[in-house]
Design a protein around this ligand. Structure first.
Ligand SMILES: [Mg+2]
Length: 399
């Protein structure tokens, strides 16, 4: 079964109501403590000046005229995404809603066509609507969303853990803790300077052992020449992927670095649309494609990006710090393309945020998450938590 090829007429339901919730969810106290003590209060080398103490989210609920509903979740961080939640709720309420209301949730390609023709960019808002369509369609036909993405290949997904840029002792202790917790892949935040980075990776590899896969994230710390030297300096420690070593907009710089190092690069801050991903791949600027819940936007575009990467023989990293809905959505996505990923999935929201906004937490044990197998994304929104973390009036658009 495939959502895009399923006849929209098979299920006689159309979307009649859109609800948009703007939330701020703080990081857990212990995460805030590590952030305060870490590089720039951010745990990474990015140049933002405001401390990062929680996440801004928009949750979208689509209701159909047959009584079913489905949800989507988008995470935004202004220094990275260039968006605040109100921009997303506003563009949906005042523009995109007209291409969704009255449509079948199975008709994601048709909805996308109208959104693309009439509103350029805005991938996060469009993707949020697309994501909610998959959950709603799953509820209507009684199938897990992954079955509408080509079929669930697995029901358990091995996860990667995140080690923030902090004192070497903290980074070493976290590495040891994650290894003991069963994680087989770690993402290490770097960008402290070429020598310091090499020192960190020597210590981390020592604690992680030879059987742990390591990927690194520079958060744009270097110019292209420095980035080449920085990556060559850590190559001996066995690196799977080097994420965003140079400035987000410097595609030529990414390509120049990738042509001189063997470690595959991945774009993160520099990648927001399917077109960005295709351009980076065509330039030879990346060797791995990164997928977030909000990048390239929604499930349909993520599937296209993943299939494009796979067609080019490239692996895919699915990663984000999400609440429960987007975590579940990304687990379904990863499970539907598991054989072509080649890298463990990093979904770390449950560790970072003080609430996951769903009633039953996603089962995680020994560094592995179980794909929630109910209809749609298999999770249920916690209405109490939704009210508790809301920081604006709910935006409602209906027929
Ligand atoms: Mg990153």
């Amino acid at each position: 079964m495939d959502l895009t090829s399923m006849s929209a007429g098979a299920y006689d339901a159309s979307i009649s109501r859109i609800e948009l919730y703007t939330l701020f969810v703080p990081f857990r106290e212990e995460v805030q403590r590590i952030m305060r003590a870490s590089a720039g209060g951010l745990g990474m080398a990015i140049a933002a000046e405001e401390p990062w103490m929680g996440g801004d989210f928009v949750i979208c609920r689509l209701s159909a005229d047959d009584g079913h509903s489905g949800v989507g979740e988008a995470f935004v961080w202004l220094p990275e995404t260039g968006l605040i939640p109100e921009q997303i709720t506003s563009v949906i309420a005042h523009a995109l809603s007209r291409y969704v209301l009255g449509a079948s949730p199975f008709a994601v390609a048709e909805i996308a066509k109208h959104m693309e023709r009439n509103a350029s960019r805005n991938e996060v808002a469009k993707g949020l609507l697309d994501m909610a369509c998959y959950d709603l369609a799953g509820h209507i036909c009684g199938q897990p969303a992954g079955e509408l993405m080509g079929g669930l290949q697995v029901e358990e997904i091995p996860l990667a853990a995140l080690v923030p840029l902090a004192d070497l002792d903290v980074m070493s202790a976290l590495t040891e803790g994650f290894r003991e917790g069963g994680f087989r892949t770690l993402r290490i935040k770097l960008g402290a300077g070429i020598e310091q980075d090499a020192g960190i990776m020597e210590a981390v590899r020592g604690k992680a052992g030879e059987d742990t896969r390591l990927r690194v994230d520079y958060n744009q710390a270097y110019g292209p020449e420095e980035a080449v030297q920085a990556i060559l300096a850590i190559e001996p420690y066995g690196i799977d992927v080097a994420e965003q070593p140079v400035a987000a907009e410097d595609y030529a710089g990414m390509a120049a670095v990738q042509h001189r190092v063997g470690v595959p690069l991945m774009a993160h801050e520099g990648c927001f649309s399917l077109r960005d991903i295709i351009t980076l791949v065509e330039l030879g600027a990346v060797g791995v494609v990164g997928i977030n819940s909000e990048r390239p936007g929604g499930i349909s575009a993520a599937l296209r990006a993943m299939d494009f990467a796979s067609g080019r023989g490239m692996g895919v990293v699915v990663h984000n710090q999400t609440l429960g809905i987007a975590t579940a959505a990304q687990l379904h996505l990863a499970a539907a393309r598991f054989s072509s990923l080649g890298h463990d999935v990093e979904l770390f929201g449950d560790v970072m945020f003080e609430d996951d906004l769903i009633l039953e937490p996603i089962a995680c044990a020994n560094g592995t998450a179980a794909v929630p197998l109910g209809p749609g994304f298999g999770v249920e929104l916690d209405e109490g938590a939704l009210a508790r973390y809301a920081r604006a009036e709910t935006v409602i658009v209906e027929i």
